[in-house]
Ligand binder design. Structure first.
Ligand SMILES: NC(=O)c1ccc[n+]([C@@H]2O[C@H](COP(=O)([O-])OP(=O)(O)OC[C@H]3O[C@@H](n4cnc5c(N)ncnc54)[C@H](O)[C@@H]3O)[C@@H](O)[C@H]2O)c1
Length: 335
């Protein structure tokens, strides 16, 4: 079969598909609400953040395949590109605190890995490459929101490596005409979130009767996006977006870390005085992120559907019901 054979399903290579957002993308697209005309191969190295259990639900679905491997491996990546029509690229080192402890793996995976993938995609004639970037590439903003045209001013080794990969991806559109589409989304939350990140860390600590570590004065503000809405946005960009374009994706719920902590305490039945421990602020901690989502709303009809109260209650319930998923991860990562 050739790439131009319109009668067969679209073959999508999903990198990082065993992680938090990538696995939700795969479960959704291959699930009953999915488009129905796609096959997915997940390419994932299974780092500490990759979990094969996240894909149990789809493992036996027709059209699903899993390849354990590194996006920095040109031979493997070249072979896979030749067999796929589209790429949705999630794979990355994703934890800011780890990048502050050491940025080398972030440069390797996020920068070199993205270049390896996109260069192979160009050479193999892949039709569409969706690069999952982040709002953190814009830096920090005290007031207002960033449109997609705002200059990139990243601050952490994580966001700087993501900004580099974002620009490398766009350069393949401008230089080679490859159909590259970039999404820059805000902070995601939901089930299957690795318990080093603030929401699952706080929930699981509180469920265990432990304290939660609140950075600095707790005044840092983030926009929260439920993974269902993120996947909705990515699918709109993959199926209806335009080549060479960047799309911000947000959830519309801005909260300071202090406000978020209050909601999590309430949801877990814990109180502030016995459960919150103020800790030294993260180095270079960005104060506020806020994306302007006018473009994806007006151009592609994106609308976040999950209200934060419902999404958070469901997420807390999932962690209550799924100790077998997160307890070994916390133990292994000494969290
Ligand atoms: N989580 C968020 O709130 C958020 C917000 C904005 C953007 N993003 C971006 O979304 C993407 C996915 O984030 P996530 O939270 O699901 O991350 P995650 O850390 O949960 O998952 C990353 C996945 O990539 C895999 N991986 C890492 N290095 C690899 C390599 N060299 N080769 C192949 N696979 C490799 C890991 O095994 C893991 O399965 C990332 O690009 C991240 O920058 C995340």
């Amino acid at each position: 079969m050739t790439r131009s054979d319109a009668s067969r399903p679209t073959r999508i290579l999903v990198t990082g598909g065993a992680g938090f957002i990538g696995s939700h993308y795969v479960r959704t697209v291959l699930g009953p609400q999915g488009p129905g005309d796609v096959e997915i191969t997940v390419l994932d190295k299974l780092t500490y953040a990759g979990n094969p259990a996240n894909l149990d639900e789809v493992r036996d679905r027709p059209g699903f395949a899993f390849v354990q491997g590194d996006i920095c491996d040109p031979e493997l990546v070249g072979k896979l590109m030749a067999e796929h029509d589209q790429v949705v690229h999630f794979a990355a080192e994703s934890h800011v605190d780890r990048s502050i402890d050491g940025g080398a793996e972030f440069v390797r995976t996020n920068v070199v890995g993205t270049h390896t993938l996109i260069d192979a995609a160009h050479r193999a004639g892949v039709k569409t490459f969706v690069h999952i970037s982040t709002d953190e590439v814009y830096g920090s903003i005290d007031e207002g929101s960033w449109p997609e045209t705002h200059p990139l001013e990243p601050n952490s080794p994580y966001s700087s490596a993501k900004a580099s990969s974002d620009l490398i991806a766009l350069s393949y559109h401008r230089t080679h005409g490859l159909d590259v589409r970039v999404t820059r989304c805000s902070n995601n939350y939901g089930h299957h979130h690795f318990p080093e990140k603030v929401i699952p860390l706080f929930i699981t600590n509180l469920l265990d009767g432990k304290k939660v570590p609140l950075y600095g004065d707790g005044g840092n503000v983030r926009d929260w996006l439920h993974i269902d809405d993120h996947v909705q946005g990515i699918e709109l960009v993959r199926t209806k977006g335009r080549a060479g374009q960047v799309y911000n994706i947000g959830g519309g719920t801005e909260l300071s870390n202090k406000e978020l902590t209050g909601l999590l305490l309430e949801a877990c039945g814990a109180d502030w005085d016995t459960s919150v421990e103020y800790v030294t602020d993260r180095k270079g901690h960005d104060r506020r992120y806020s994306v302007d989502c006018t473009k994806i709303r007006t151009e592609l009809g994106y609308e976040p559907r999950k209200d934060f109260a419902t999404g958070l209650a469901e997420t807390v319930q999932w962690y209550r019901d799924n100790r077998a998923w997160w307890e070994p991860l916390k133990e292994r990562a000494a969290l």
